[in-house]
Design a protein around this ligand. Structure first.
Ligand code: NAG
Ligand code: NAG
Ligand code: NAG
Ligand code: NAG
Ligand code: NAG
Ligand code: NAG
Ligand code: NAG
Length: 807
C-alpha cells in the first residue's frame, strides 16, 4: 500500500500494477461486516442496503446521545457527553451565534427522520417541539443567517411534511403549530432588517432586538448572511400570507446584486448602516456561498425568473474570472485578479449546485479537487493553500494548511450525492463508503462524532454541530438510498443550504404571483451600496500590480498574471516512455470514463503535490486514495494501470480589452453556426469570439523538450514544422519578448502557444478559437497575424487561434 500512494504524491510514478499486486493488507471495509461480501461487491442492492443501514446506525448513535445527554439544550458534547448551549457572553460569537437555547439539534433534525423513513421519531420529535418550545421569546443574541437556515428552515420543512398528505408524513390532528413557531421566529428576526439600507444586521436578540447589542457586533454583515434569508423568509411569507418577510429579504438580496462590480462580482462583506462594501474580495466559499446557492434554488422553488437571471449572470462571471483548472479562486471583485492562495471547505458545495443547473462536466472536475483533499487529509481542511505564497504567513512546515479544522462539514458529501444522482458513476458510492468508514473509525466517539480540531494530526475537539446529523449524515444516507422518496421526486423540491427539503406547489405559486401584482411589493427601491475598497497591507503588492494593470487596460491587451500554474521548475521525468493505458478505456461503467479524462484524474496530484502531503498519522494507518482503492479497481476495470507523466510547460493568462467591456464579453462555443458566412470554416466545438474585449484566456507555452498538459513530449521537429507551415523561419524571427509583471524578458527558445481555456471554458484538443478580424485593428502591437491566418501573441504563433476575415 505504501508504494501505491507514494506514487501519486510525488512528481513521477511507478507503474501502478507493480505495487498493486504486492501484499494483501488492504484495509477491511468495516470491522463487523462480512469482508468477502463487502470487498467483492459492485454496489449491489444488498451492499447499498448495508451501507444505508450503517449510516442509519451512525445517525442514531448521535441522536440517542443527544436525547439522553443533550436535550433540551442545543447540543450534546460528543466526547464528554455533556449538554451544550449558549454561555450568556454576548462577545463569544463562535458559540452563541448558533446556540440560542432553543434545542437547535432537535429543530435542525425534524425532517431528517422523514429522509430516514422513520415516522415514529418524526412524530415524537414534533411533539417534543410542541411541548418544549412555546415561542422564541428568549434573551438570546443569535446570528440572523444561522438561525434562518437551521431553525426557521427546519420548522418550515417539518411543517410542510406534517401538513401534507401526499408525502406520507402528515401528523394526525396537526394544527399548524410549527408554522406558528416559524412565524414567531420570523417576526423576531425582522428588526435586523430595519437598517438604512435594508441590508440586515448580522445579529439580533430574539427578545429585545438590536438595542443591547454592542456596535462592533453589528457593523459587518457578510454577503451570504445578508442575501440568504431570501429563501426561508419568502417561503414563510408564502405559507403565512404575510408578505413582509419576502419583501425585506428580497430587498436585501436585490440590493446586494445591484451593488455588484462592473464585472458582475460581489465582495464578501459590508456595513449595513453605511451601505458600503468593506472589502474587495470575491469567491464562492465562506461568506458568499449561499448567495449564489439561493439565487438558483430560489429560482427553482419560486419559479422566479429574476433570480434565475442573477444566477446565470453570476455563474458566467465566476467562470470567467474565478475559475482555474481545478477550483475557483478568490479574486478582486473589480479586476478578477486573484487575491488569496487558498480555497475553503465550504466551497465544496459548489459542484452540487452546478449539477442542479445541469453543468455536469464542470461539477465533476471541481468535485475532484475536494476528493483529492479528502484523500490527503481524511476530511476537508477549513482552508487549504494551493500554493505557497510568499506574502502569506503560512510558510514553514504547515504551509499547506491555512486553517486546520474540520468540523465534519457536509459540503463534499453533499456534492458527491448530487453527482451520484446525476451520473450513477460508482466512484461516488466509493467516496461515500470511505466517508462512512471515516465516521465509524475516525470521527465516532462515545456520545456522537467529534470535530477534527487539526487535520494535520487528527486531534479531536469536543463539539458536534447540528449539521453533522442534519446534513452530513443525511446526504450520506441519501447517497446510498436509491429508493428514497426524495430521490424519486421530480417536483420543484430543493434542499435548503442546511439540507432541509422545501417545496411549493406550482399552482400555489401562480396564484401568489397574481395576488402579488397588487401588493406593495413592486414599489420597493433597492439601494446600491458603495464600493469601499479596503485592501489590507497584506495585499499591497497585489494592489500595485492592479494599478499597473488598470492603466494598461486602456491600451488594450497585455496583462500577464502570476497564475497558480506557474510552478515550472519541475524536472523532466526520466520515465517518459512509460505506460499509457487507462484502465477504463472502452469501459461503459462510468468512473470518470466519459466526463473526466484519466489524465485529468492525476493532474491534481502532480500539480499540487507539494500542497497535498498526507499527514504522518494517516500514512501510519494506510490511509489510501479513495479513487485508487484496489478492490474498487479490481471490480471496475480490466486493463493495466496508467502512469501519468508530469508536465513542465509554462502557462500565462491574458485578459483582453478595455475595462468597461469586460462585463459584456461574449464567447460562444459553436454547436450551430449562427452566422451564415462562417459555416464553411467553423466546425462543431470550435470557439467563435466576435469581440476579444473582456475575454480571459489561459495559454500554454509549448517549447521543445517539455511535456505538455496533454501528456505529450514536445519535439523540436514539431515546433519547426509549425513555423514552416506558417512560412516563418524560426531563425529569422525577431527576438520574442515576454512581459513578466512589467519586466520585459527575451525568450531563448522558439515557442508555440496553445490556448487552453477561454473565459474559464476548456478548449478541447483539436478545437480552433476563431476571432473576428476587426479585433486586429484595435489590439495593437501585442497581437499580429501570420500569412496563414494564425495569430501571434508577443510574436509567438498560436496553434489554435485563427482570424476569420469577414470578406
Ligand atoms: C461472507 O459471505 C460470503 C459470500 O456470501 C460467504 O461465502 C462467507 O462464508 C461469509 N463469511 C462469513 C464469515 O460470514
Ligand atoms: C437493513 O436494515 C433493514 C431494516 O432493519 C433489514 O431488514 C435489512 O436486512 C438490513 N439490510 C442489510 C443488508 O443489513
Ligand atoms: C436556557 O434555558 C434554560 C431554561 O430552559 C434556562 O434555565 C437557562 O438559564 C438558559 N440559558 C441561557 C444561557 O440563557
Ligand atoms: C405521535 O406522538 C404522540 C405524542 O407522543 C402520540 O400521542 C401519538 O399517538 C403519535 N401518533 C402516532 C401516529 O404515532
Ligand atoms: C388590484 O387593485 C385594483 C385597485 O385597487 C383593483 O381594482 C383590482 O381588482 C385588484 N386586483 C386584484 C387581482 O386583486
Ligand atoms: C529550481 O529547483 C532547483 C533545485 O531544486 C533550485 O536549486 C532552483 O533554485 C530552482 N529554481 C527556481 C527558479 O525556483
Ligand atoms: C504596462 O505597460 C507598460 C508599457 O506599455 C509595460 O512596461 C508594463 O509592464 C505593463 N504593466 C503590466 C502590469 O502589464
Amino acid at each position: 500500500m505504501f508504494f501505491f500512494f507514494s506514487c501519486f504524491l510525488g512528481f513521477w510514478c511507478f507503474k501502478l500494477s507493480v505495487s498493486l499486486h504486492v501484499g494483501s493488507n488492504v484495509p477491511n471495509t468495516f470491522d463487523d461486516a462480512n469482508d468477502t461480501l463487502l470487498q467483492s461487491s459492485s454496489f449491489t442492492k444488498e451492499h447499498l442496503d448495508f451501507l444505508k443501514n450503517e449510516t442509519k446506525d451512525l445517525f442514531y448513535h448521535a441522536w440517542n446521545s443527544y436525547m439522553t445527554h443533550g436535550f433540551p439544550h442545543d447540543e450534546v458534547l460528543p466526547i464528554s457527553c455533556q449538554p451544550y448551549g449558549p454561555n450568556g457572553n454576548i462577545n463569544d460569537i463562535n458559540r452563541n451565534d448558533v446556540l440560542g437555547n432553543f434545542s437547535i439539534t432537535l429543530l435542525d433534525n425534524l425532517d431528517t427522520f422523514v429522509i430516514l423513513d422513520d415516522f415514529e421519531n418524526f412524530n415524537r420529535s414534533i411533539h417534543l417541539v410542541k411541548q418544549y418550545i412555546k415561542n422564541f421569546d428568549l434573551d438570546s443574541t443569535i446570528q440572523v443567517f444561522e438561525v434562518s437556515i437551521r431553525a426557521l428552515g427546519g420548522l418550515l420543512s417539518a411543517h410542510l411534511y406534517a401538513s401534507n398528505r401526499k408525502r406520507g408524513f402528515q401528523i394526525d390532528n396537526y394544527d399548524g403549530f410549527l408554522l406558528n413557531l416559524a412565524y414567531d421566529l420570523g417576526k423576531r428576526l425582522l428588526p435586523a432588517f430595519n437598517t438604512n439600507t435594508g441590508i440586515p444586521y448580522p445579529r439580533i436578540n430574539l427578545r429585545s432586538g438590536i438595542k443591547n447589542i454592542p456596535k462592533k457586533l453589528l457593523i459587518e454583515t457578510c454577503t451570504a448572511g445578508a442575501g440568504s434569508p431570501i429563501l426561508e423568509m419568502t417561503l414563510l411569507s408564502k405559507l403565512t400570507g404575510d408578505p413582509i418577510f419576502e419583501q425585506v429579504s428580497k430587498l436585501a438580496f436585490l440590493s446586494l446584486w445591484e451593488s455588484r462590480t462592473d464585472i458582475n462580482l460581489l465582495p464578501m462583506s459590508l456595513d449595513p448602516m453605511k451601505g458600503v462594501w468593506l472589502d474587495s474580495i470575491s469567491g464562492i466559499g465562506a461568506s458568499i456561498d449561499s448567495f449564489y446557492e439561493y439565487a438558483l434554488k430560489g429560482a427553482i422553488l419560486f419559479n422566479d425568473d429574476e433570480l434565475m437571471s442573477i444566477w446565470d449572470q453570476s455563474y458566467n462571471a465566476l467562470t470567467i474570472h474565478l475559475k482555474r483548472d481545478w477550483f475557483f479562486s478568490n479574486v478582486d471583485s473589480n479586476t478578477g485578479f486573484y487575491l488569496t492562495s487558498w480555497i475553503d471547505s465550504l466551497s465544496g458545495f459548489f459542484p452540487g449546485l452546478q449539477v442542479l443547473d445541469g453543468k455536469l462536466n464542470d461539477a465533476i472536475r471541481l468535485h475532484t479537487m475536494y476528493l483529492k483533499l479528502w484523500n490527503t487529509f481524511g476530511g476537508i481542511p477549513e482552508r487549504w493553500n494551493y500554493f505557497n505564497d510568499e506574502n502569506e504567513q503560512f510558510n514553514g512546515p504547515d504551509y499547506q494548511i491555512a486553517l486546520e479544522w474540520y468540523p465534519l462539514r457536509p459540503e463534499f458529501i453533499e456534492s458527491s450525492y448530487y453527482l451520484y444522482r446525476s451520473t450513477r458513476d460508482p466512484i461516488y458510492l466509493q467516496i461515500g463508503t470511505r466517508v462512512l468508514k471515516d465516521f465509524k473509525e475516525r470521527f465516532k466517539v462515545r456520545c456522537g462524532f467529534a470535530t477534527i480540531k487539526d487535520v494535520r494530526n487528527g486531534l479531536k475537539e469536543d463539539r458536534m454541530e447540528s449539521f453533522v446529523m442534519s446534513e452530513t449524515l443525511k446526504y450520506l444516507y441519501l447517497l446510498f438510498d436509491d429508493e428514497n422518496d426524495i430521490n424519486k421526486d421530480n417536483s420543484n423540491i430543493i434542499f435548503s443550504t442546511e439540507a432541509h427539503p422545501l417545496w411549493l406547489d406550482n399552482k400555489f405559486i401562480n396564484s401568489l404571483k397574481e395576488s402579488l401584482k397588487n401588493s406593495s411589493f413592486d414599489g420597493i427601491n433597492y439601494r446600491k451600496l458603495q464600493f469601499f475598497e479596503t485592501i489590507s497591507d497584506k495585499y499591497q503588492n497585489v494592489k500595485q500590480l492592479q494599478n499597473d494593470y488598470k492603466k494598461n487596460l486602456t491600451k488594450m491587451i497585455g496583462f500577464i498574471s502570476t497564475s497558480d500554474d506557474n510552478d515550472n521548475n519541475k524536472t523532466v521525468n526520466k520515465r517518459l516512455e512509460e505506460c499509457e493505458i487507462s484502465p477504463f478505456s472502452g469501459s461503459d461503467n462510468g468512473i470518470y470514463s466519459n466526463m473526466l479524462g484519466w489524465n485529468d484524474l492525476f493532474d491534481i496530484d502532480l500539480r499540487f503535490g507539494e500542497q497535498l502531503k498526507q499527514p504522518n498519522y494517516l500514512k501510519r494507518i494506510g490511509y489510501g486514495s479513495i479513487e485508487l482503492e484496489k478492490n474498487f479497481y479490481d471490480r471496475w476495470s480490466s486493463n493495466d494501470y496508467y502512469c501519468k507523466r508530469d508536465y513542465n510547460t509554462d502557462f500565462v493568462e491574458y485578459l483582453f480589452g478595455k475595462k468597461e467591456s469586460i462585463k459584456n464579453s461574449q464567447v460562444s462555443i459553436i454547436d450551430e453556426p449562427e452566422i451564415e458566412n462562417i459555416i464553411s470554416i467553423l466546425r462543431d466545438g470550435d470557439f467563435w469570439i466576435p469581440k476579444l474585449d473582456g475575454v480571459r484566456m489561459k495559454v500554454e507555452k509549448l517549447s521543445a523538450g517539455r511535456v505538455d498538459s496533454e501528456n505529450r513530449i514536445i519535439k523540436t521537429q514539431m515546433i519547426n514544422d509549425f513555423y514552416q507551415s506558417l512560412e516563418i523561419s524560426t531563425e529569422e524571427e525577431e527576438p520574442r519578448t515576454r512581459y513578466d509583471n512589467g519586466i520585459c524578458l527575451l525568450d531563448e527558445d522558439p515557442k508555440i502557444l496553445k490556448i487552453r481555456t477561454v473565459n474559464g471554458i476548456k478548449v478541447p484538443h483539436d478545437s480552433v478559437v476563431w476571432i473576428d478580424s476587426s479585433n486586429l485593428f484595435e489590439l495593437g502591437l501585442l497581437l499580429s497575424l501570420t500569412k496563414k491566418g494564425y495569430l501571434k501573441i508577443n510574436s509567438n504563433p498560436v496553434v489554435n487561434m485563427m482570424v476569420w476575415e469577414n470578406a
